[in-house]
Design a protein around this ligand. Structure first.
Ligand code: UDP
Length: 274
């Protein structure tokens, strides 16, 4: 693979980004809920080239026991990048960055959950980055909150997240890897849409006060859009599962019976008389 080359510019003279997006345009986002059959809940996100799977187990008995919280469940999020998720092989041992991201994801998700309903238990959230192309902490939050809902963990709301950054002096939403590496900074954020509460807000690089306020407003709008996509993905998953929801299911059964009748009927058709 040829070594990465720093681009001459991140915003073209026409005002477009490296991948042709407008500054306020998100990458295409695809969610799928219930992708792992053995987990209590799971979800997948593809956000541009970033690809992540989240699995939830619990509430269940907590080990090691010394972590037990008497008044609520312990939310244990583990963010990891696969060794093959980036072109330069990622070392398999957990890095400081992975530990830090695991912690910020826990903090971003916890306010959405009624953990007090499950004292002394643990809710495990395992997040695996399959392919990283920027914005993995936010994409991980998007997928993990869907996986928690899929596991039936009582929640105040889903948690959408996105990063807003700055490239060539222009504020941009949902940074790709090159924008993250060569841009002037980024502000990942997550919100609880039900209350407007911000559960993640970090800043890398320097922004003026006006830029920061505008970036947050752009992030808020993007989060509202992502929240709609999350809700649609959850609905799709439940429609697919609920047998009574599908008159479709009934139709399929009828079709099957029709097929059987046709098959049997044909095999038993009397020979036509001349
Ligand atoms: N990255 C990488 N190798 C690593 C860690 C990160 O190539 O070991 C890349 C990856 O594409 C990631 C990006 O750097 O998405 C930005 O990382 P950052 O820490 O800013 O987190 P993110 O933007 O993914 O939330």
């Amino acid at each position: 693979m040829s070594p990465e080359v720093k681009p001459d510019y991140l915003i073209s003279p026409e005002g477009l980004r490296l991948d042709g997006r407008r500054p306020d345009e998100l990458r295409p986002i695809e969610f799928e809920v219930g992708v792992l059959k053995t987990a209590d809940g799971s979800a997948m996100i593809k956000q541009g080239k970033t690809h992540i799977i989240a699995a939830v187990y619990g509430p269940r008995e907590l080990h090691p026991r010394h972590l037990t919280l008497n008044d609520k469940a312990y939310l244990r999020c583990v963010y990891r990048m696969a060794t093959f998720s980036v072109p330069d092989r990622k070392r398999p041992a957990p890095s400081r960055r992975e530990r830090e991201i695991s912690m910020v994801i826990t903090n971003a998700l916890e306010p959405a959950l009624f953990l007090e309903d499950f004292p002394r238990a643990v809710v495990d959230v395992f997040i695996q980055v399959i392919q990283a192309d920027g914005g993995t902490r936010c994409a991980a939050i998007n997928a993990a909150s869907l996986a928690l809902a899929d596991a039936g963990i009582p929640m105040r709301s889903l948690v959408p997240a996105v990063a807003v950054g700055k490239a060539d002096g222009t504020l941009i939403v949902d940074l790709g890897d090159m924008e993250d590496k060569y841009g002037e900074g980024d502000v990942p954020m997550a919100i609880l849409p039900s209350t407007g509460e911000i559960t993640l807000l970090q800043q890398d690089g320097s922004f003026t006060k006006e830029e920061l306020l505008e970036a947050m407003q752009m992030g808020l709008n993007a989060c509202k859009y992502i929240h709609e996509l999350q809700k649609e993905a959850l609905k799709r998953a439940y429609l697919k599962r609920a047998p009574e929801a599908g008159s479709e299911g009934e139709d399929e059964e009828e079709d099957y019976e029709d097929d059987l009748e046709t098959d049997l009927g044909e095999s038993e058709l009397p020979e036509e008389e001349e």
